[in-house]
Design a protein. Structure first.
Length: 156
């Protein structure tokens, strides 16, 4: 008997029950597991508008934020980023792509007492400045880095 197959079948049974509960109107999509999201922030076009939509008045540049990413991305569809903040009391970390249709690409809440670092992948339409925006102790800080997007990774 294949125990792995049995585990998969048991696991998908729970998903089927949730699907039935949703279709019966007993459970709304996102009600139990998704947090509210800031729709206005994700519709912004630049850093200033994003800070304002996230409840701030302005942002200061900081050397205590590090962006780790390739300088040249061979595939703009999946560009990896790691952002680390050494700013005390970091509450959230956001990633903005200046040349994308909507600047805010990702936003993460950082629970108190945890390391302030995130890793994600985002889509970039073309070469752009990337901004890491950190909210710490009610204030906003940022740092910027340029990432070049090439077709085929030729470095041009």
């Amino acid at each position: 008997m294949n125990n792995d197959r049995r585990k998969v079948l048991k696991g998908t049974g729970g998903m089927a029950v949730m699907g039935l509960a949703m279709s019966a109107g007993l459970l709304k999509p996102g009600s139990a597991w998704a947090q509210d999201w800031n729709k206005a922030a994700f519709a912004t076009k630049n850093l200033a508008d994003t800070v304002k939509a996230m409840g701030g008045a302005g942002a200061s540049e900081s050397k205590d934020i590090a962006i780790v990413s390739p300088d040249i991305a061979e595939n703009g569809a999946v560009v990896p980023f790691t952002i680390n903040s050494r700013i005390p009391k970091t509450e959230s970390i956001a990633l903005l792509v200046e040349q994308n249709p909507n600047a805010l690409a990702a936003s993460f809440d950082i629970p108190a007492g945890t390391d302030a670092g995130v890793t994600t992948r985002v889509k970039m339409g073309r070469t752009s400045n990337i901004t890491a925006l950190v909210k710490a102790d009610g204030k906003f800080y940022y740092t910027t880095k340029e990432v070049k997007v090439t077709i085929g990774g030729c470095g041009g």
